[in-house]
Design a protein around this ligand. Structure first.
Ligand code: MTE
Ligand code: MO
Length: 161
């Protein structure tokens, strides 16, 4: 009987303080370089990105089924944070894909660097960890090949030129 009680108490404590797998909290997932305020490039961990004002976009895309909820940092907020001084942002993906985006478009259309899709972090194998998402449904004029090419997934770095 006593043993049962010990077991119950142990289980209760374990639920309060679960032994979690070590998480790479200090892993850099985004680097911004080029014409930024700092003399060096600026690195961001996931936590640092999530500490910034986040924004949500609910839209359909060519890559997802139905209306999908994306949560992330507006690219305009990110540009302001690093003191971006250039006219274009070259967005590089893990697979070496890259594309130029005019910085003014970040204010004009409000695309976000999405961290979550439908409440879940996106693994690299599922176009994560960062995906440039435009509000396609709210701004149907963005539903064109040009803006699909600017919808970079597996984003790793941004160079301000
Ligand atoms: N990381 C990454 N993002 C990318 C691409 C890519 O090759 N890698 N292709 C871009 C281009 S050119 C377009 S048109 C769309 C292509 O999406 P699709 O391959 O599903 O048609 O995603 C864009 N985002
Ligand atoms: Mo494309």
């Amino acid at each position: 009987m006593k043993q049962l009680l010990y077991t119950a108490v142990f289980c209760a404590i374990f639920q309060l303080f679960p032994v979690s797998a070590p998480r790479a909290d200090d892993a850099v997932i985004l680097t911004i370089d080029g014409k930024v305020a700092a003399s060096q490039s600026v690195d961001f961990t996931r936590e640092q990105l999530e500490a910034m004002p986040m924004s949500t976009i609910v839209t359909t895309t060519p890559w997802h089924d139905g209306a999908t909820t994306f949560e992330g940092v507006p690219l305009s907020v990110l540009m302001e944070r690093v003191g971006a001084k250039g006219e274009r942002a070259v967005v590089f993906a893990l697979n070496n894909y890259s594309v130029d985006i005019p910085v003014e478009e970040f204010d004009a259309y409000g695309p976000i660097l999405a961290l979550k899709r439908n409440g879940q972090y996106m693994p690299i194998s599922d176009k994560g960890p960062l995906f440039v998402i435009y509000p396609f449904d709210q701004r149907p004029e963005l539903k064109n090949e040009l803006h699909y090419t600017r919808s970079v997934w597996q984003v790793r770095s941004i160079s301000i030129e």
